[in-house]
Write a protein that binds this ligand. Sequence first.
Ligand code: DDH
Length: 287
Amino acid sequence: AAPSTPKVFTPKFEDYQAVYNEIASRLEEKDDYDDGSYGPVLVRLAWHASGTYDKETGTGGSNGATMRFAPEGSHGANAGLNAARDFLEPIKAKFPWISYSDLWILAGVCSIQEMLGPQIPYRPGRADRDISACTPDGRLPDAAQGQDHLRNIFYRMGFNDQEIVALAGAHALGRCHANRSGYEGPWTFSPTVLTNDYYKLLLNEKWQWKKWEGPKQYEDKSTKSLMMLPADLALIQDKKFKAYVEKYAADNDLFFKDFSAVIVKLFELGVPFTESAEKMVFKPTSA
Ligand code: DDH
């Protein structure tokens, strides 16, 4: 008998939309987590997978999903992200053809859109790599530090000041967990909906040091129920950063436009896409 050619499955847009839909429905179903959604922690997983990129050496970035391995998974900055990875395991089991690297980023894209954020165009093409591709500790930002540190970390990835401020708007989402980072509390009153509230609160609230045993963080003077990290306050302590904070606080459409552009750039750092890889825009479940 003639040797049969093995069938290679080439996923198309519809296949990725099916994965998107499955993530969206699991987000909806598992609403007993944190503030009612796994969305924020999935966004953080996608960001920490990507934010290890070093433009000088071309190492790190979302191509590889090396946080699956202990050396990187146990970096202090990644504490608690197993919740996000575990959430995605049943999806990976249902769609075994998608790489973890593509799945984590697709989950970030899906979460942002499902939390009513802007459209985030997506390109697949990431391949999982082995333990030897794990990045060294210390590539992600340290919340205790200020503007010089932020510039060192984000310039290394290839971002400028405007992009640093646009990315930070993701802190409209989610919260700090004392048992993960040591910090505690949410940045906004609607941590499962993406808005420009982070910038508005940063500018308009009075922020004072929280009196507690934990690491130094700020609380809002009026309700004491919100928080900011020292690295967040740096965005209004630095004149150049502050000018962008003011722009985004005043204009949610501008924030959405710039946030979408910069998150696409973040999610694609270091990924060797093929020429034919086209940007896909997924339909949100609410549309
Ligand atoms: Fe962040 N972030 N982040 N962050 N981040 C934390 C939570 C979340 C810093 C520190 C922390 C970005 C930038 C910075 C999200 C998205 C993004 C926590 C709390 C700390 C600490 C973790 C925990 O206790 O569970 C610092 C420092 C920076 C910086 O200096 C720039 C960026 C760029 C993003 C992004 O997505 C583009 C999200 C979402 C969360 C909420 C996670 C959750 O579980 O909820």
